[in-house]
Design a protein around this ligand. Structure first.
Ligand code: IMP
Ligand code: MG
Length: 178
């Protein structure tokens, strides 16, 4: 791994692909125990979680389903600014165990919005799994059940995470080099 540049910013190696896979195995085995017999529905949040969701889901051995949701920004009719609406909920999630798969939880504003919207569909329980977690930035109440890495408030890219849409293809994770 070497230093890279994306658009105007420099990044340095932070977490290797091998380390990511090791952590995913640990989380998967915990989930396989917790979810046994629950027939859960995994929900990957696009775009950022696509790689993590794919690698994690390959290691899930209990009978389950997966779907992908996206947060669409749209301008409300009022002047209250942007609201992010969750799109792609087709499955009947009422009384289901739902496992949210996120790329990163920073302030938690995004996760909070997702959970509030999902609750409207009356799932039985909501479990949150995120690849990266920035605990010092987190402002919300909902428990992040599983995270692969807790990190300081530094900007990272790679393994699905982007800087202005770029860098998602990197197999390793990089941190901004200031
Ligand atoms: P939150 O709503 O503050 O928790 O932010 C979550 C969203 O911000 C994530 O889904 C990412 O899109 C983005 N984000 C936060 N931190 C980073 C980072 O370090 N790198 C890339 N994207 C980030
Ligand atoms: Mg995201």
């Amino acid at each position: 791994m070497e230093n890279i540049k994306i658009l105007d910013k420099a990044f340095k190696p932070y977490i290797s692909a091998a380390k990511i896979q090791t952590k995913i195995s640990v989380i998967a085995s915990k989930l396989n125990k917790q979810l046994d017999g629950k027939d859960p529905l995994f929900m990957g949040i696009l775009n950022g979680s696509f790689m993590f969701a794919s690698d994690l889901y390959k290691q899930i051995t209990v009978p389950s389903q997966i779907t992908f949701l996206k947060l669409a920004s749209y301008q409300g009719t009022g002047s209250t600014g942007k609201v992010k609406r969750l799109i792609g909920i087709n499955e009947d999630i009422k009384n289901k165990t739902v496992v949210i798969i996120e790329d990163i939880v920073d302030t938690g504003v995004t996760l909070d919005s997702i959970i509030k919207q999902l609750r409207g569909y009356e799932p039985k329980e909501i479990i949150v799994v995120t690849l990266m977690f920035k605990p010092k930035a987190y402002t919300k109440e909902f428990k992040v059940d599983y995270f692969a890495f807790d990190i300081p408030n530094d900007f990272i890219v790679g393994y699905g995470l982007d800087y202005d849409g770029y860098g998602r293809n990197l197999a390793d994770i990089y941190v901004i080099n200031e």
